[in-house]
Write a protein that binds this ligand. Structure first.
Ligand SMILES: CC(C)(COP(=O)([O-])OP(=O)([O-])OC[C@H]1O[C@@H](n2cnc3c(N)ncnc32)[C@H](O)[C@@H]1OP(=O)([O-])[O-])[C@@H](O)C(=O)NCCC(=O)NCCSC(=O)C[C@@](C)(O)CC(=O)[O-]
Ligand SMILES: NC(=O)C1=CN([C@@H]2O[C@H](COP(=O)(O)OP(=O)(O)OC[C@H]3O[C@@H](n4cnc5c(N)ncnc54)[C@H](OP(=O)(O)O)[C@@H]3O)[C@@H](O)[C@H]2O)C=CC1
Length: 408
């Protein structure tokens, strides 16, 4: 069958969108073209721009995407340099940001400029785990408690008998059980090296379920995710207990820099932060006691191939600002759930991998896990830059003007 005939058959529905590869000898680039042309024909629209790309569908379909028709292009800017005095990220970094929100890159760039002039950002990782919480249906709550106690006492056994069979980098470290009636939720905590880890922990958890069902035949494993993981939903669990990397970035900015670069004062920034990010967010019942973590997390996630749905939890966290006894500004961001990786998932797409290479974090670290931690520190530093600049703009009443000038 020639290409025109294939396009016609896909447009008419005789061949389904996901069946096209069967007719192209496995050529996924050609299948992508055929699907797009069929859609253009059926809908009477032009998808010309979606059809321009350099990445190879043959490397993506089957790993990263199905029914591929092309690529969406999001402009990418860069902010920096940002000086980071971390435990993994040490030195000056440029941060790639993919966004269509005018003024965002300028804002992060201004924050980077002020923070670097002030000597840089100090970053500290206080937690590192990826979680999966399968749901088991037990005869009653007492049995659920027995199973939970057995699991807690057998972490090493489960690592050896189940987890090590399916991953070399994934390590089961702990479990937090939750019981509701006869339902048992086992929130497993894993180390996942440089991977964000969701495939790794999901595949591992299924193996663990097999072992538990063998030991407890009266207990039925019902769902691999019982929603206490918690993945891709706003929630108090991750806010309190952390998921992915839990990171803090902080800095002291001399008064002169606040006045010159940010056009305001430490007092006004601290007051706006208190009344807006803390009191305002409390009144709103928000998990984001911050101005716009999601802006920076989202733009970095899109640039670097992270799972965009996890921007949800990346938006959780607290910004603090206070005036030091010397009259300077102390500012920090605490990010409980930064679910990121430098291997696996979308990080292998060539454009996203190049974006990771801008920060020197593409691929696995030596030892494994160090690249992902370095990346987490850089993200937290960039988020601090964004918070600082936006808070300053709001304090100086420059927000509307900035967006009128750069965003319309
Ligand atoms: C726009 C600025 C930065 C101007 O700020 P400015 O101080 O008037 O700019 P400036 O010309 O004096 O330059 C100061 C620094 O800003 C940077 N800068 C300045 N212009 C550019 C540019 N074109 N491209 C790149 N960088 C730029 C640059 O770093 C420069 O320093 P230098 O490096 O030259 O020493 C400032 O007004 C600002 O940061 N505004 C805040 C904008 C912002 O943060 N927007 C985020 C989106 S808001 C939103 O989505 C969330 C929200 C608001 O709804 C959440 C909430 O409820 O709070
Ligand atoms: N399955 C699910 O329920 C969900 C899946 N996802 C998706 O999961 C994907 C991410 O899963 P994730 O597990 O991170 O990625 P992958 O499934 O790609 O797993 C990472 C792979 O990299 C290997 N690896 C090589 N070097 C390293 C290193 N230094 N550190 C860690 N691993 C290394 C691992 O080997 P080895 O395992 O042998 O150690 C493993 O095969 C994303 O596409 C995301 O969208 C998101 C949410 C839910």
């Amino acid at each position: 069958m020639n290409v025109e005939e294939l396009v016609d058959k896909v447009a008419s529905g005789e061949i389904k969108l996901h069946q096209v590869e069967k007719y192209t000898d496995g050529d996924k680039r050609l299948a992508t073209e055929i699907r797009r042309k069929a859609l253009e024909k059926k809908l009477g629209v032009s998808l010309e721009n979606i059809g321009h790309y350099s990445i190879d569908p043959n490397r993506l379909i089957g790993k990263n995407i199905e029914n591929m028709i092309g690529v969406v292009q999001i402009p990418m800017g860069v902010a920096g340099p940002l000086k980071i005095n971390g435990e993994y990220a040490k030195g000056e970094f440029y941060i790639p940001l993919a966004t269509t929100e005018g003024a965002l890159v300028a804002s992060v760039n201004r924050g980077c400029s002020a923070l670097t002039a002030a000597g840089g950002v100090k970053t500290t990782i206080i937690g590192d785990k990826m979680t999966r919480a399968p749901l088991l249906k037990c005869p009653d709550a007492r049995r659920a408690r027995e199973v939970a106690e057995w699991v807690k006492a057998n972490i090493d056994y489960l690592q050896e008998k189940a987890v090590s069979k399916v991953t070399s980098h994934g390590k089961l470290r702990d479990v937090k059980p939750y019981i509701v009636g006869n339902n048992l939720y086992l929130r497993f905590e894993f180390e996942t090296g440089d991977a964000m880890g969701m495939n790794m922990v999901t595949i591992s958890s299924e193996e663990i379920m097999k072992v538990i069902e063998e030991h407890f035949p009266d207990v039925r494993y019902l769902a691999l995710s019982g929603n206490l993981c918690v993945d891709k939903k706003p929630n108090a669990m991750n806010f309190i207990n952390g998921r992915g990397k839990t990171v803090i970035a902080e800095a002291v900015i001399p008064r002169e820099i606040v006045e010159k670069k940010l056009k305001t004062t430490p007092e006004l920034i601290a007051e706006v932060n208190y009344r807006k990010n803390l009191v305002g967010s409390a009144q709103a019942g928000s998990y984001g006691f911050n101005a716009h973590f999601a802006n920076i997390v989202g733009a970095i996630f899109l640039a670097t191939g992270q799972d965009e749905a996890q921007i949800t939890e990346g938006s959780h966290g607290i910004t603090l600002a206070e005036v030091t006894p010397e009259g300077d500004l102390y500012i920090s961001v605490t990010m409980p759930s930064l679910e990121i990786g430098t291997v696996g998932g979308g990080t292998r797409v060539p454009t996203q991998r190049e974006a990771l290479s801008i920060m020197g974090v593409a691929g696995g670290g030596d030892p494994p896990g160090t690249n992902a931690k370095k990346f987490a520190e850089i993200i937290a530093g960039a988020v601090l830059a964004g918070e600082l600049s936006l808070l300053a703009a709001i304090a100086a009443k420059h927000l509307a003007k900035a967006h009128a000038e750069l965003g319309r």
